[in-house]
Design a protein. Structure first.
Length: 339
């Protein structure tokens, strides 16, 4: 099964997200690690999103991380020695604006990791999200090349479990950074957290002034995919903060992350607002132009389309930016055109 990013960019075939909250725990006896002012000392232990406790004699300092997870750690000053991602580091939204100088790039395509190069970095920890639905870490899921999965043989793997809130991820990686020795109270991550909390409060206040219903979609040439918020943590956050996210009533029985609507039935739901993945928004707009039934959705006809930060948020900073933009985009829209 392909990763969320690769699936969305490939006309949104499917996204394996599971609604499990992270149980990543920080241990009292952990010591500072890379990115901190003090020299790391052991022992070190941490509970992975899978529930497995990983224990090492020394605090890890040579870390290889999946791109989004790397961004989360770097916001607390923990710099990995290597990063692998699902797309080019030039386009990955998690890595924009980050100083990657001196960090080895080990892969820029989902399912393809240069394990030989990774082995030369002598890693003592691999950091990657845990996907409960697939029972695998990012970069080690079903469908990944067998030789790429061998990265798990280089060092122990830990990560936060994908859950029912982006805050699970942000808070989990804050705890992981602290266990590695980061001063999380005096970091960019701490500043970002304060900005996020302000953005969230502003969003909540704005939603109290409106009564929006929203539908998150990913259009393909043959199907309109309707996201099931049960498996999209950012949509669940938006819903609990006042934006009513429509739940599709007939998700695909074999893969319930989406309801797959034929274009003939594109108007099954009539939201006030449509949400497009902000990584593929330009392409999505081109796709829908060729569908004559697109305008049967009243929100589409009124061009009430906003950005959905779909399946990639991991940091307080990115979340603050996304919420601020979403609040601005919603502020001028009509909340009375849906059902």
């Amino acid at each position: 099964m392909r990763s969320p990013l690769s699936l969305v960019t490939a006309a949104a075939l499917a996204l394996a997200l599971a609604a499990c909250s992270s149980d990543l725990q920080e241990d009292d006896d952990t010591q500072p690690a890379s990115g901190a002012s003090a020299t790391p000392e052991g022992p070190w232990s941490f509970t992975d999103g899978s529930g497995e406790k990983v224990t090492l004699d020394e605090v890890p300092t040579r870390i290889i991380a999946h791109a989004a997870e790397a961004a989360a750690l770097m916001s607390y000053g923990i710099r990995p020695v290597g990063i692998y991602g699902d797309e080019s580091v030039k386009t990955d939204p998690n890595l924009q604006g980050l100083d990657l100088d001196g960090i080895e790039i080990l892969g820029e395509e989902w399912g393809s990791i240069d394990v030989a190069k990774a082995s030369t970095l002598s890693p003592d920890l691999i950091v990657a999200d845990w996907w409960p639905a697939e029972k695998a870490h990012s970069g080690m899921e079903e469908g990944v090349k067998a030789k790429s999965k061998k990265i798990a043989e280089l060092a122990p793997v830990v990560g936060v479990a994908q859950g029912d809130s982006i805050l699970d991820l942000a808070e989990g990686y804050e705890k992981l950074a602290a266990s590695l020795g980061a001063d999380t109270e005096s970091s960019q991550g701490a500043k970002d957290k304060a900005a996020f909390e302000e953005a969230r409060d502003t969003f909540v206040a704005a939603m109290k002034e409106k009564d929006f219903t929203a539908l998150a979609v990913s259009p393909a040439t043959d199907v309109l995919y309707v996201a099931n918020p049960e498996y999209a943590p950012e949509l669940l956050d938006f819903d609990r903060w006042g934006l009513d996210i429509i739940e599709p009533d007939s998700p695909d029985p074999s893969f319930p992350y989406w309801e797959n609507l034929s274009w003939e039935n594109a108007d099954k739901y009539q939201p006030d607002v449509l949400m497009f993945d902000n990584r593929s928004m330009a392409a999505d707009r081109k796709t829908v132009k060729s569908q004559p039934t697109w305008s049967t959705i009243r929100a589409a006809k009124a061009d009430q389309i906003v950005e959905w930060p779909g399946f990639w948020l991991h940091t307080y900073g990115h979340y603050a930016t996304a919420l601020t933009k979403l609040t601005e985009q919603l502020s001028g829209l009509d909340d009375s055109i849906g059902d």
